[in-house]
Design a binder for this molecule. Structure first.
Ligand code: TRP
Ligand code: SF4
Length: 403
């Protein structure tokens, strides 16, 4: 648990640019990002290098999607005022850290990441027996660690990647966090905290190290965080000293598990581009109407007079997301008694989806019509991200003897 609490507040996440965003992204990811940005310092980026690991034969889709994806983020409410929005390949520090981490990452750690074999099986039409694809999760680790992010909002399928990141960070700190005279420097730093705080720090440290008291560890971290008189370097030392290991250069991040989106696709499976069951954030009202009118319903309802069961109907799942209680009751009763028809039943969700997307599409239109504004937002985000990433790399190089 070598998490440096100073950076604990920093949130980072990325998305691969592989096509237009849809309602699944909106409900599963973007709404969550929008909420997080009010509370934390957020870094959100387009993971174009990650997209290349699977789309290397068709890279056109990546450059096409990058700009549109940022526009959709902005339209969904991700705010450049609160978040840094940038593109991975424009911050070369990600690549440098990936390379350096690759030196200390055992091959077995990568081969054992479940997505490695799963995706190879799932995407059989692609040759994913590549060096880059094996390194996919390690590149993700570099993405996270180069910003010393504390929290990483991801879906269930990505938790193993954050777990790998923690292991790699631990190994890095273990190998390179030992500086000459660490103990003396740490003790000197403790003294700088003032008598009372120093005494508390020592007591908590002792409780943690001798009795494994996790609460003491937490309180001591909070104490450190509140210290204004000591330098960042000393703080890092003291976080490490707390646990006895050495200096913590790359703090371990936590996965911030996003509840899996309840957003079903048009066919009742999870909404996903590969299932061709999506409603894109850019779909016109007409498209939405057409898509939803042809949506399958409970197959037991062959004729209008046959009763149905919402439980067996993808339209019902849309009601769960979009409709109020009264409407849901109306569906349940009307469907089971054959009082309402499917066309009628679909109308409230059609209206709700169109209404939900209307303001998003209006905002998207403004950005589409002003490409310079989008470019400026991305430029600024890249620059701000690079500033942070450069600082980390300086520390990393120094720690590895690459001064
Ligand atoms: N692998 C992630 C996905 O497919 C995208 C991603 C790349 C990411 N780098 C990241 C997510 C860093 C969180 C943090 O969804
Ligand atoms: Fe589905 Fe509604 Fe038709 Fe019932 S009435 S089968 S819930 S669309």
């Amino acid at each position: 648990m070598n998490t440096v609490s100073v950076q604990h507040q920093r949130v980072l996440s990325g998305m691969r640019p592989t096509g237009l965003l849809h309602l699944g992204h909106y409900h599963g990811v973007l709404k969550n990002w929008v909420n997080l940005q009010h509370e934390f310092e957020c870094f959100f980026f387009v993971a174009d290098w990650h997209a290349l690991t699977t789309e290397y034969e068709n890279p056109g889709i990546i450059s096409e999607s990058t700009n549109d994806m940022v526009i959709d983020w902005l339209a969904a409410g991700v705010s450049p005022g609160s978040s840094k929005i940038f593109v991975q390949s424009r911050v070369p520090e990600h690549a440098e850290l990936h390379l350096l981490l690759s030196m200390i990452t055992p091959l077995g750690w990568l081969e054992r990441v479940p997505t490695f074999k799963d995706q190879q099986l799932k995407l059989k039409e692609k040759d994913l027996a590549t060096y880059g694809f094996l390194g996919y999760p390690l590149l993700q680790s570099a993405d996270i660690l180069v910003y010393k992010a504390g929290q990483v909002p991801v879906g269930e399928d990505q938790v193993a990647h954050v777990e790998l990141t923690r292991e790699v960070a631990r190994r890095f700190n273990h190998l390179y966090g030992r500086e000459i005279g660490f103990e003396e420097k740490a003790e000197a730093a403790v003294s700088k905290m003032g008598k009372k705080n120093a005494k508390m720090y020592r007591e908590y440290r002792k409780s943690y190290q001798e009795q494994g008291d996790a609460h003491a560890l937490e309180v001591a971290r909070a104490l450190l965080e509140s210290q204004q008189n000591i330098s960042i370097g000393d703080k890092e030392r003291l976080f490490g000293y707390l646990e006895g290991s050495g200096k913590i250069i790359l703090p371990e991040p936590q996965a911030l598990l996003t509840k899996s989106s309840k957003m079903p696709g048009l066919d009742g499976q999870k909404m996903s581009k590969s299932y061709r069951n999506t409603i894109a954030l850019r779909d016109s009202a007409d498209d939405i109407m057409k898509k939803m009118r042809t949506m399958p319903t409970d197959t037991a309802r062959v004729r209008r007079t046959d009763p149905g069961d919402p439980q067996n109907c993808p339209v019902w799942q849309f009601h769960v997301v979009y409709s109020d209680e009264a409407t849901c009751e109306w569906v349940q009763e009307g469907c089971k008694s054959a009082d309402i028809g499917c066309v009628e039943c679909k109308q409230p969700v059609i209206d709700a989806v169109i209404a939900e997307l209307k303001p998003i599409q209006e905002r998207a239109k403004e950005y589409i019509e002003d490409p310079n504004a989008v470019k400026a937002i991305i430029d600024e985000g890249c620059e701000a991200a690079r500033d942070v990433a450069k600082d980390t790399m300086e520390e990393v190089r120094k720690a590895m003897g690459l001064g």
